[in-house]
Design a protein around this ligand. Structure first.
Ligand SMILES: Cc1ncc(COP(=O)(O)O)c(C=O)c1O
Length: 370
């Protein structure tokens, strides 16, 4: 029987044609402040979805976060509050600015705990980066309210949440800057890629400068920047994917509903991302397992179901951050999540029989181990 991976991109004939058209045109990149034709078309589609005034495409989600921090002026001595239960990029970009990541704990839904954020603020705090973990929006009202009172900038790490909404508003529109990833497994992909949304004209200008070595007309660098441009081929691919987003999200939601009905009520397993005031894009469908996570993971993988763990180690416990002196910090919920979460396949390309197999194998493994 075929192995069912935990995630698989859907890239079809239209995407292939869009990429080949760019290759045939010979215009692979447009190294300008505005970006090329396909970059601008892609940006327009994200702008429309998110409802933001500006969208700036870049070549990864990491680049999106780094560009946003740089454009907001983060520098040595500044503190940026981040969750530890996230992909390491969320914190690495803070280090890349010479600033200091300050790790805080999460809630049961794996998103930043707004009260932990509030407690971690100091005179040096310049920004906070809530992450919409697995595609499920964080408590943005509380985070924004605290941030506004303390003049702290808010950057959403929306790498996993393109299309998700919080109280009716799209993620990426809930802060000073929203950062998306177009990595291969994300809800919309171009292999590698990213985008930043903002309503702020000046910030958008700065984002475009940072993306292009600080240049407007070429060889006129006026700000520190890098080559964070999205290639035209990638933009053309991502543009077609944007047209398919509604269908992708419907399929993810349908698959998640099936999994919830079949497996989430299992004794010893919990699904915790289900508040009624926000929508989940189900980049990942993740359960909290009371015990024996590794055994269940092994059983599923052995049965051809590519369940996986995001993430085994909270960022502050990774070797780099331990070396930097963060290792002794106690973040109870982050550490507990890292030891107990398990993500099941939920991607749009799953067939009904795939889903039955995922649920069936999970229930079998759970009965033996939970
Ligand atoms: C939460 C989170 N932040 C940041 C990133 C970085 O995005 P990218 O891999 O496109 O650089 C990712 C994805 O990999 C992510 O899941």
């Amino acid at each position: 029987m075929d192995f069912i991976p935990v995630n698989r991109p859907i890239v079809g004939e239209e995407e292939k044609k869009a990429v080949l058209d760019v290759v045939s045109s010979g215009m692979l990149v447009n190294a300008s402040y505005e970006g090329g034709r396909h970059v601008r078309a892609f940006e327009g589609k994200v702008r429309k979805l998110v409802g933001a005034k500006h969208v700036v495409a870049v070549n990864s989600g990491t680049a999106a976060l780094h560009t946003a921090l740089m454009a907001l002026g983060m520098k040595r001595g500044d503190e940026v509050i981040v969750p530890s239960f996230t992909f390491v990029a969320t914190a690495n970009v803070v280090l890349a600015c010479g600033a200091k990541p300050v790790f805080v704990d999460i809630k049961e839904d794996y998103n930043m705990d707004p009260s932990a954020f509030k407690k971690a603020i100091t005179k040096r705090t310049k920004a906070v980066i809530p992450v919409h973990i697995y595609g499920y929006p964080a408590d943005m009202d509380e985070i924004r309210e605290t941030a506004a009172a303390k003049s702290v900038k808010v950057i959403e790490d929306a790498a996993e949440s393109l299309g998700a909404t919080y109280k009716g508003t799209q993620t990426g529109k809930l802060s000073d800057a929203g950062c998306f990833s177009l990595y291969a497994t994300k809800v919309v992909t171009s292999g590698e890629g990213g985008a930043i949304s903002t309503d702020d004209d000046e910030l958008a200008d700065m984002l475009r400068l940072v993306r292009n070595h600080g240049q407007v007309h070429g060889y006129d660098s006026r700000h520190l920047g890098f080559n964070y441009r999205l290639p035209e081929m990638s933009a053309a691919l991502a543009s077609v994917q944007m047209d398919r987003l509604d269908g992708f999200l419907r399929a993810r939601a349908r698959n998640a509903k099936y999994l919830t009905e079949r497996v989430a009520a299992t004794d010893g397993a919990r699904f915790t991302q289900d508040a009624a005031d926000r929508t989940h894009v189900f980049y990942l469908y993740t359960l909290y397992l009371r015990k024996n996570r590794e055994k269940i993971l092994k059983a599923l993988n052995g049965a051809g179901v590519g369940a996986a763990v995001y993430w085994h180690i909270p960022v502050h416990k990774t070797p780099l951050y331990v070396k930097l002196g963060y290792g002794r910090k106690k973040l109870r919920r982050s550490e507990s999540a890292a030891g107990h979460v398990l993500s099941l396949p939920v991607y749009p390309g799953l067939s009904e029989s795939d889903l039955e197999r995922v649920a069936g194998e999970f229930l079998k493994a759970a009965r033996a181990n939970l």
